[in-house]
Design a binder for this molecule. Structure first.
Ligand SMILES: Nc1ncnc2c1ncn2[C@@H]1O[C@H](COP(=O)(O)OP(=O)(O)OP(=O)(O)O)[C@@H](O)[C@H]1O
Length: 367
């Protein structure tokens, strides 16, 4: 019986220098040449991004934002038209075919549609990159068994892809990507074809691989829920540029760019419930209440702010909507309150909330 894969086994093959960026995009541009009389397509423009070694960075963007192009630059499937792409200390953008083959051994990739060979069993799919690399059979055997165990498929080693569920196929894909003991794993919409429960289990597996093996993961997706479940940092790509980049908690709780805000509209408390949205008006009317949205972040998430407003300002506080959530392991709350007060009092309430390190803004008026 083969032993499970250990971090030590993994790091013997691929020593990680924790302080380094595993992937660096430096002023990277990629323009696809004009075809059939059309204009050239600028897919990426002057893009700077670093993926810290051992971390999980999620890149989110709409269709056409440049996500696939970005990921294909890492394993040299595309070459930048400007700038440099450095992976594990090697400038990929400057390599010839032989150099690229070497880098591709250090960079594993998983795909939305798994890309398994239907004529090969789970075991043989995982073994394939090793066979192609000329690895001796004994080494292949000692590596594939533990990898199938790592992804929870030890009992499915002789099954063909057609006999496996979507989640199981992606587990084979992950084991295959890890077979050459890469330092970096690229994930191209790897959970987009899976149901929510299976998505969760695959993301949990990626998290544990990241922690146990110290593997750097660059993951592209169009779903904020994926970023939220697995990533430490997030970069938002729009029109071939990074428009926002930071720790997941910071970006989720204080999104700055409109694209980020629109991605977040169905996540966290940024979206107003329909019944409130319908009642909200831009201007005050006789007898209306001013609606204030208060965001509670981290250690302030459980502050007793409603009782403070009632006590300190003598106001009746009408709670219009609210939720408390957890993002990247830290609490985050949203509360929308309605206050009947004149403009100067509302100003003082906003200053009071801001002085308590809470984000507060008037979002309209309800009658
Ligand atoms: N080989 C190519 N030739 C010409 N244009 C291309 C090529 N590959 C991508 N593009 C263009 O570059 C832009 C970015 O494409 P890319 O596939 O990187 O976006 P994406 O964010 O991955 O989109 P999706 O989520 O739809 O896959 C698009 O305008 C696309 O049409």
């Amino acid at each position: 019986m083969s032993k499970p894969y250990t971090a030590q086994q993994f790091s013997e093959a691929v020593p990680v220098q924790a302080s380094d960026a595993a992937i660096r995009f430096e002023a990277v541009s990629k323009t696809f040449p004009a075809r059939g009389g059309g204009a050239a397509v600028p897919a990426l423009a002057d893009l700077d991004l670093a993926v810290p070694a051992g971390s999980i960075l999620g890149v989110i963007g709409r269709s056409g934002a440049g996500k696939s192009t970005l990921i294909r630059l890492v394993n040299g499937l595309e070459k930048p038209t400007g700038g440099r792409v450095v992976v594990d200390g090697t400038e990929v953008s400057a390599l010839d075919e032989a150099g690229l083959r070497d880098v591709r051994r250090r960079v594993g990739m998983i795909f939305q549609h798994f890309n398994l060979l239907s004529s090969r069993t789970a075991y043989d799919n995982v073994a394939l990159p090793l066979e192609i690399g000329g690895v001796p059979q004994a080494t292949i055997q000692s590596r594939v068994g533990p990898l199938l165990e790592l992804v929870g498929l030890a009992d499915k080693r002789n099954r063909y892809p057609a006999e496996l569920s979507g989640g199981q196929k992606q587990r084979v894909g992950i084991a295959r990507a890890l077979a050459t003991q890469p330092k970096v794993l690229l994930s191209d919409e790897a959970t987009s074809a899976l149901d929510p429960e299976t998505t969760r289990s695959i993301l949990d597996l990626l998290s544990s691989i990241n922690k146990e093996l110290g593997l750097t993961i660059l993951l592209i997706t169009h779903e904020m829920s994926v970023i939220r479940a697995v990533a430490k940092e997030v970069a938002v790509l729009d029109g071939g540029r990074v428009v926002e980049h930071g720790e997941v908690f910071d970006v989720f709780t204080r999104p700055r760019h409109p694209t980020t805000r629109s991605f977040l509209s169905s996540e966290t408390g940024h979206a107003l419930p329909p019944f409130l949205r319908e009642r909200l008006r831009p201007d005050a009317s006789p007898g209306s209440e001013t609606a204030i949205r208060i965001l509670f972040r981290g250690r302030h998430a459980t502050d007793p702010v409603v009782s403070q407003l009632t006590r300190d300002f003598g106001l009746d506080v009408n709670i219009l909507s609210g939720s408390v959530d957890e993002i990247a392991g830290r609490p985050f709350g949203t509360l929308v309150v309605g206050l009947k007060a004149d403009a100067p009092t509302i100003e003082r309430v906003l200053s009071f909330l801001t002085s308590r390190d809470l984000d507060a803004e008037v979002i309209g008026h309800v009658s």
